[in-house]
Design a protein around this ligand. Structure first.
Ligand code: FEO
Ligand code: CA
Ligand code: CA
Ligand code: CA
Length: 673
């Protein structure tokens, strides 16, 4: 193994947060990029030089579920390696819509022939008794019954042909945009702090289809029995091996089994049994007064008393007084949108880190695998595989699947000599950034594989446990998505402007990595329970005229620019949809939703399906099972403005309002056609 490269603390290269605005950095991730990367471990940047011939499989399986929109498949067999080259077959229709060109418009733009509609946005009534939104007179009580702020992940569950339940994460809040005269948490009206808190969490809202089309609208009349708000005050039950452990016990919860709320819910996924998995990401920013120990520092928890200052209205956010409260966030939470009375769950078996989200797949023998990214510069990729099998129709049983099994962290090794990976993005002589990988077990529900860590300690201090077993430091691993057609698994790596040229490795081949890339994982045996895999990088993002970019070898004169890949989705044909978070700061144009075939001769032909308003990131996206609708969630429009001087007035022309949008073809064609 090559020597690991010592981590040095450098000034930022390429702008704060790889192109994010200062405002987003403050609110979204608590200025994570202003601080040293929390991963100070000696784990590798370089992969081992792998001399063998890759054992790529000849064929891949088809996989049921994972889109959450019902079973897709069975298998379209897809030769993984043999289908490269000019004569490779294309297995499915490729997207042919007319590209939306890069722009800086304060609107959602969709291709010719499509239309879009704002379904629901910040402040809209969710519960039937919610008051109408009143910008000038916001109260926490009203906000807790209205749609929250900064929509991120969107899940959708049909109730027959013409009704459905939409789940939306409310990741964080932009207080300067929400309240006129806001100057910081230390001085703010305490009610504003409570409003902001109530605007976090998630919403379930009932939708109805409009006239048999791909358009959906909010149901605004009647009982709407499923509608629900989840906030930081909603009781959650802690499940899995760490439940009840002393690290999770607090004065308010001496049993360590009940937490109020969920925080910074970023991406997510749907399970085959009809629930939502939602990732608690940058939870560190809500706490003050952290003890100065490694276990807090590794999560970016600081001893300062700046920022949101929720401790002023809820003492549990002061870790000097309640040091275990932060151990109760950073999990995957599971919510059942079909049962508004259900208690949401925190699944400790899936570890504690800055969870972007979790996306599930069924293993060959019918168990559940969940793929997860820890979104921080130089942090890791994880996988959970359940001990028990999924049982169709047995909801009670399936609701136990995420509490026992094995948690793994990934180590990736390149197959090209390390000296061929120079940080510029120049392809190695074998023509690909690719190699092999291993899922390193951290623990099962009954056994720890990390010396010095109990099972519960692995699951609460997951980053510290993972540091001990040699995983690969990645460039901000965000959303995962398994292809419903091939079973290959994709991960968005947003960027890492702090990676130095000498820290480039084959899975993270640019230093600095200003524009991000996408990783494709092929599990050995086409089985998501596998402990070994092969991988490649099908997309190295940026302006295609930039030589460091790579679009699977496709003609770069025929592709669109993309930067900062964040959320992933698939359509039925197996085309990969990629939403972005950071194009304004890196390409100078609004964030977008792109789509790219990942199989056959058009692999790499990236097109732009939509762009979002000024200073918004795209979020969502979700393509419905019938492929008639794309849901998008433009988050933080106008994030650099203030309530007094907005830089975006989307969507109403008054002030920016994070909202969920549906897009459909006006002729009723499949979206993406
Ligand atoms: Fe909340 Fe990693 O984006
Ligand atoms: Ca290679
Ligand atoms: Ca994200
Ligand atoms: Ca994001």
């Amino acid at each position: 193994m090559p020597e690991s490269v010592p981590r040095r603390l450098l000034p930022l290269i390429g702008g704060v947060g790889g192109g994010r605005s200062a405002k987003t950095c403050l609110y979204r991730c608590g200025n994570a990029c202003f601080h040293p990367a929390p991963n100070q471990s000696d784990n590798t940047y370089f992969g081992d030089v792998f001399q063998g011939v890759l054992s790529r499989r000849a064929a891949l399986k088809g996989v049921a579920v994972a889109t959450g929109a019902g079973a897709v498949g069975p298998a379209a067999l897809s030769p993984a390696a043999a289908d490269r080259g000019p004569d490779r077959p294309h297995p499915a229709p490729r997207p042919t819509f007319e590209n939306v060109l890069p722009n800086n418009r304060d609107e959602v733009s969709v291709p010719k022939g499509y239309d879009h509609h704002v379904i629901v946005g910040w402040g809209d009534p969710v519960l039937p008794d919610a008051p109408e939104f009143d910008f000038e007179n916001q109260t926490a009580g009203a906000q807790a019954r209205q749609f929250g702020y900064n929509c991120d992940y969107v899940g959708f569950f049909t109730l027959g042909d013409d009704r459905g339940l939409l789940w939306v994460n409310h990741e964080y809040t932009n207080e300067e945009l929400m309240f006129a005269g806001y100057t910081g948490g230390a001085d703010a009206d305490p009610e504003w702090l409570r409003v902001a808190m109530a605007a976090h969490g998630g919403s379930v809202v009932e939708l109805e289809r409009v006239d048999g089309t791909g358009q959906w609208r909010l149901v605004t009349e009647g009982e709407r029995p499923f509608n629900r708000r989840i906030t930081p005050q909603t009781p959650f039950r802690i499940t899995g091996p760490a439940a009840g452990h002393e690290l999770l016990r607090t004065e308010a919860d001496p049993e360590g089994r009940r937490v109020l709320g969920t925080l910074n819910n970023c991406a997510g996924g749907m399970t085959p049994w009809g629930t939502v998995l939602s990732g608690e990401e940058n939870f560190h920013q809500y706490f003050v007064g952290a003890p100065a120990t490694e276990s807090y520092a590794r999560y970016g928890l600081s001893s300062g008393y700046t920022g949101r200052r929720w401790d002023r209205v809820d003492e549990r956010f002061d870790l000097a007084k309640h040091p275990n409260e932060a151990h109760r966030f950073g999990y995957i939470v599971e919510i059942d949108p079909h049962d508004p009375e259900s208690t949401p769950l925190k699944r400790t078996m899936l570890g504690r880190f800055k969870h972007e989200g979790a996306n599930v797949d069924l293993t060959e023998d019918g168990r559940v695998a969940a793929y997860m990214g820890d979104d921080e510069r130089f942090d890791y990729i994880y996988k959970f595989v359940s001990a028990k099998k999924y049982v169709e129709g047995s909801r009670k049983h399936n609701m136990t699947l995420l509490d026992s099994g094995t948690l793994y962290v990934a180590r990736l090794e390149g197959d090209s000599p390390a000296e061929e990976i120079d940080g510029t993005g120049t392809l190695p002589l074998d023509g690909e950034f690719d190699g092999t990988g291993e899922w390193i077990p951290l623990c099962t529900d009954t056994e720890s594989f990390v010396p010095g860590f109990s099972v519960a300690e692995v699951l609460v201090h997951t980053r510290l446990a993972a540091d001990k077993v040699g995983p690969t430091k990645m460039d901000r691993p965000e959303d995962f998505e398994p292809s419903p057609v091939t079973g290959k698994v994709y991960c968005a790596l947003t960027n890492n402007s702090a990676r130095e040229p000498g820290q480039a490795d084959e899975p993270n081949p640019r230093g600095p990595n200003k524009f991000g890339h996408v990783l494709e994982i092929v599990e050995d045996g086409a089985d998501s329970a596998a402990t070994t895999f092969t991988w490649t990088v099908p997309l190295v993002c940026g302006d295609p005229e930039d030589e460091s970019t790579y679009y699977s070898g496709y003609d770069k004169s025929k592709v669109m620019a993309i930067s900062a890949p964040d959320n992933l989705a698939f359509d039925k044909q197996g085309n990969l949809w990629i939403s972005t978070d950071g194009q304004p700061g890196t390409l100078g144009t609004n964030d977008a939703l792109h789509v790219m075939p990942v199989e056959g001769r058009f692999r790499g032909e990236l097109r732009t399906f939509a762009t979002v308003p000024i200073e918004a990131e795209t979020c969502g996206p979700l393509i419905t099972e019938d492929q008639k609708t794309v849901f998008l969630a433009p988050q933080h429009p106008g994030e650099n403005g203030t309530a007094e001087e907005p830089t975006s007035v989307w969507p109403d022309g008054a002030f920016p309002r994070p909202s969920v949008v549906c897009v459909w073809h006006t002729d009723g064609r499949d979206v993406g056609d």
